[in-house]
Design a protein. Structure first.
Length: 243
């Protein structure tokens, strides 16, 4: 039998309980990877776990984790858990995020601002920094993929903390990419999936007909490519889905 694209790789997906993260997790598993599914909803993660087994996909690992409130110690525990179970990490898809308010900055609520920054920026830093040694310990070229957005590259009115958080992600990606350029086999990129039919998209565009927006499955080949050895020399890039 021919080797699958992501055979023997271990990939952590944040926000794996729905939308793009869920679809990416299925795509990675179908391409042969063992997927670590991370989100808050244990019920949803358990359903996905059962479905993976029913479909004879590689047995995943479930991590129930709140990126808003988890203390730094929880990230070290996660690193140790993955290290003990697999001894390495080949891919880190930092996908989980929240939208926050769609309102002018003059009206933006501080609690919401802090929540968006905690989930969309601070947790991504903690995850990337803490798991980097595991990504560096793989024999292969490991991949860190941050998730961006159009408003993370050119902002628009009323996108508030969400847009600012995605700009921060681009900065984090560029900083890490330059630091690792000549010293590590780990590659770091950001990817803007573009409008995709998920709960977040509906929240952002409630008047839109969801049928007119592409399904997450339409972009999964990009994610598989960016986790595969075929993209090992793609580094420090702000990528966008090309429809
Ligand atoms: P989604 O359907 O709302 O899914 C978000 C995921 O993040 C869920 O699995 C959710 O799981 C998880 N999450 C939220 N808060 C969390 C927390 N505190 N701790 C742990 N996990 C948390 O969103 P999506 O549309 O798939 O978006 C995925 C990524 O693509 C995001 O980074 C988004 O900014 C980006 N993006 C999306 C679009 C689009 O059109 N959909 C466009 C551009 C960029 P739980 O609720 O179980 O925790």
């Amino acid at each position: 039998m021919s080797q699958k694209t992501l055979q023997d790789k271990v990939i952590l997906v944040t926000g794996a309980s729905s939308g793009i993260g869920e679809a990416a997790a299925y795509g990675f598993a179908e391409a042969g990877a063992t997927v670590i599914l991370l989100a808050r909803s244990e019920e949803k993660l358990n359903q996905i776990y059962d479905d993976f087994l029913a479909k004879a996909l590689p047995e995943p690992v479930i991590v129930q984790f709140d990126l808003e409130s988890a203390p730094e110690e929880a990230y070290f525990q996660l690193r140790d858990h993955i290290g003990k179970e697999f001894g390495k990490l080949d891919g880190l898809l930092l996908n989980a995020a929240v939208l926050g308010q769609r309102t002018p900055i003059s009206n933006y609520n501080w609690q919401t601002w802090s929540k968006v920054m905690n989930i969309n920026v601070n947790s991504q830093f903690l995850m990337a920094r803490t798991l980097l040694p595991l990504l560096e310990s793989t024999q292969e070229h490991a991949s860190i993929l941050f998730t961006s957005s159009s408003v993370g590259r050119k902002s628009k009115a009323f996108w508030g903390a969400y847009a600012v958080s995605k700009f921060a992600i681009e900065g984090l990606m560029q900083t890490m990419a330059e630091e690792l350029e000549n010293t590590s086999k780990v590659r770091v990129n950001s990817y803007n999936p573009g409008g995709t039919r998920t709960a977040m998209r509906q929240e952002a565009y409630p008047a839109e007909n969801p049928e007119e927006v592409k399904l997450p499955q339409a972009i999964i080949s990009d994610y598989i490519h960016l986790m595969s050895n075929a993209s090992h020399d793609t580094h420090g890039q702000a990528l966008t889905h090309q429809s």
